[in-house]
Design a protein around this ligand. Sequence first.
Ligand SMILES: Cc1ncc(COP(=O)(O)O)c(C=O)c1O
Length: 398
Amino acid sequence: MEEFNFDEIIDRRNTYSVKYDALKTLFGRDDITPLWVADMEFRSPKCIRDVLEKYVQSGVYGYNSEPAQMKPTIAGWMLQEHEWKVESDWISFIPGIVRGIGLAVNFFTKPGDKVVVQSPVYHPFTNVPLGNGRKVLRNPLKEGKMDLDSLDSLLSAEGPVKMMILCSPHNPGGYLWSREDLTQLAEICHRHGTLVISDEIHADLNLWGNRNISFASVSDIAAENSITFGAPSKTFNIPGFASSFSIIPNPELAKPFYAWLSANELNCPSIFASMGMITAYTEGKPWRDAALRYIEGNIIYLEEKFAAFRAGGEQLINPVRPQSSYLVWLDCRNLLRHLAGRNELKLEDQPLLVDYFVNKARIGLNDGTMFGPEGLGFMRLNAGCPRSMLGFDLPEVR
Ligand SMILES: Cc1ncc(COP(=O)(O)O)c(C=O)c1O
């Protein structure tokens, strides 16, 4: 059996990696360990590297067509991993999930229309609609749970709300949504005429034996009123290939949207995108499974480390154990209370937290408030890396 070495440190400086190149700009220094943007430090599976190396070696890089097996391969993966039977004609390639969200926002809503998100949430869910002149409504999570009563009230009060962007599994927090929640969400959105975009990019990274449930698979209503986005990019660490897809079971939505993508050649995968995706889904599972076990070990390592970081009898950083993916949502409110010297935290206190991690612990994390004001006192840590990269110190606070 193939051995995987997730402990290997790979020098990614000067490789056009945003995670490393942007350190100085974002954190003011580059002598820190980058544990922020969501790509992993692991070399991608050998099967993918082999296929691409063969292509690169050929030396001829002409136009390429979408491989005939691409859509059946995606459908096979969805059935195997998510018990969702998807037809090939429901599927289209899209050039990245954030771009897909942008395309859907532009196609299915108009300037001034309202889009709802469940914050704190992956920041492009807010920035993409706002950047396109749409209004964004927030229906905040409550302690990591969807607040469906408040969603219903919000859609009634603010309607029409044209679109909801659902993060499933949720980033940050790594929450997996239950069948009951998804079914109820589908019913509420359908009743209010709110189209659901379900971003399932983290759906193949389930930890601790959890299983993800695809939104569109929970009911006919969910299938009829949704667009699902998926990708092998997070799972197999190939986000640089911009290899993603959409699944739309409802032909009334799929036909015009796919015709528009096609008219603009937005549905044409690059050779790296298609070969990367097909190889990942047909040969990459053993690597993915091993990577997930290694990530679980990293999370346990972090939990132990944070458990020992205390002051005044309390734990200062409480990690939320992700059910899915390698992003760890750190509840640092106790730490921030110590740093700010007050119990009632304010948004202007957050830089103290950022300063602690950058200049004391010497790690670059995502500031929790970038995901919405509910992220006050939180930070997001990327644990998709060799364990030795998590060896940072947590200097005492008074
Ligand atoms: C929920 C979610 N969607 C989309 C993306 C980015 O996807 P892409 O690189 O395909 O735009 C990320 C990356 O962190 C993410 O967490």
